[in-house]
Each structure stands twice: as C-alpha cells, then as structure tokens.
Design a protein around this ligand. Structure first.
Ligand SMILES: N[C@@H](CCC(=O)N[C@@H](CS)C(=O)NCC(=O)O)C(=O)O
Length: 247
C-alpha cells in the first residue's frame, strides 16, 4: 500500500514566521475542515515565482501528489471534488452524518461572500493596515511590496492609510449584515461553520496577525462568533504564536 504524502500548502509568510494571508487561511481552513493531512510551506512574496517550479503568480497553491492547484476558490472546489467522502466545506449534498458535515449548500453563497468581502471587508481593511503589513514583512519582501502596492494604488503606503479612522467606522458598519445573521444562528452558515465562515474569519486573521489595531469594539457581538472560529480544529487559528497578535 502506498502512503500518500500530506498535501503541501504554499503559505505566505512575513517577519517572525507570521502566516498572515487571508487567501492562504481560507485554504488552510478548507483542508482542516476536510480533515486532510497537510503541511504548510512558508513562502515569501519574492519566492512565489519559484513555487512548484514556477508559473504561479499568487499563493495559495496546493500540491497534492502530482496535482497543483492555484487560487483559494479553485482549491476549495478541488478538495470538494477530489475528497467527496470527507465533510463538505460548502455543505453540498452533506447529510450531517459525517462528523463536521453540515447540511447547507453554501457554494453559491460562498462565492457571493468572497466577492462581497473583497469590496466591503478586505478593501477597507487594506486602507487601515497596509503600512502595518509592510512593517511586519520580511525585509527581503519590503521593497517588492512597497513598489507593487504603490504602483497599483497610485499612492504611497503612508497616504493610503491617511483616513484610517474614518475607514474603520465604515468597515465596522459594513459588517452589520453579519451581525444580523449571527443574532439568529451560531455561524454565518447555520449551526456549524462552512466556507462562508472561513472567508470572513480569514480576513479578520489577516489583521489580527499583521496589525495592532483593534478591529472589533469590545461590545461587538461578532466577537463571540470570532472566538468560536478561533477555537475550530483544536484552536488552529487561536494557537498562532502569541507574539503575532496585537503587536
Ligand atoms: N484570487 C486569489 C488571490 C491570491 C492572492 O492575491 N494572493 C496574494 C497573497 S495573499 C499573492 O500571492 N500575491 C502575490 C503578489 O502580490 O506578488 C486567491 O483567492 O487565491
């Protein structure tokens, strides 16, 4: 019998080993949800072009035996299709009979939430923490990050975060639909977490690991849900080194 090697997940890394990419966290949650053995490969921005022999512009990338899959959405779909006997990250066709499997059918909703989240969560957050991210990158990546982001946005990193107090107010307001849903159910996906919960958690982790800002007010009802998400999979997201958090 051949023993399959764990799936490799190329995972973005900053200074001090910080695993901060929300895109990569989504894939890590998908792997954990499916209960698949995986190993992360810490990868700097300036190392991405060499991942898996080259040809990929972004990470996450997974390597499952001879198969490479790039893009977090493609990875979630690949895992669903390749490992249908494992709990479904979308709840598609899930019976609830497999531990961790929640009936739901959240594939379409996940795609909506990913796009909604880009506009309403990630974009404002970038205008709050982009300079914090730069400061917490490995020195080898800092010139690349500054140059590519300043070119992309047509502003310096410092200019991008000039209005961050106002952006924070807007960002917190954008989360109101999530608060409304969570007033009635424990997770965005219902009684148990599915990919929609991982999408939002991954974005909040990006900030938790790369910025000292307090994202949610102390009395924000989202804190209870976020804490439950940090506890998933034996505290996968909570158990990151404590030096990464809030500094
Ligand atoms: N749509 C892609 C986006 C991936 C992405 O943008 N990854 C970033 C890291 S978080 C990246 O690799 N950026 C490369 C670069 O900026 O050079 C996904 O969901 O996987």
């Amino acid at each position: 019998m051949t023993i399959k090697s764990p799936i490799k997940l190329y995972d973005l890394v900053g200074a001090d080993g910080r695993r901060f990419s929300s895109n990569c966290w989504r894939s890590q949650f998908a792997l954990a949800h499916k209960g698949l053995a995986y190993a992360t490969v810490p990868t700097k921005f300036t190392e991405i072009s060499a991942v898996c022999g080259g040809g990929h512009k972004t990470i996450p990338v997974i390597e499952d035996g001879a198969t490479q899959v790039c893009d977090s959405w493609a990875i979630a779909n690949y895992l669903e299709e390749t490992y249908p006997d494992r709990p479904s990250v979308f709840g598609d066709g899930a019976s609830g009979d497999v531990p961790g499997d929640a009936p739901g059918g959240a594939r379409g909703f996940s795609l909506f939430l990913q796009h909604w989240g880009m506009r309403n969560i990630s974009f404002p957050l970038l205008h709050i923490i982009i300079k914090n991210i730069y400061d917490r990158l490995d020195e080898a990546d800092q010139p690349y990050f500054r140059e590519t982001r300043e070119k992309r946005f047509g502003k310096t990193l410092e200019e991008l975060v000039e209005n961050r107090d106002e952006t924070m107010v807007q960002f917190r307001d954008n989360l109101n639909p999530l608060r409304t849903v969570l007033a009635d159910q424990r997770y965005l996906s219902g009684a148990a977490p599915l990919y929609p919960d991982y999408i939002v958690t991954a974005a909040l982790l990006w900030v938790r690991i790369m910025s000292p800002v307090q994202l949610l007010a102390d009395d924000d009802p989202l804190n209870d849900w976020f804490n439950r998400m940090l506890d998933q999979f034996d505290g996968l997201a909570r158990n990151t080194p404590k030096e990464w958090v809030g500094v």
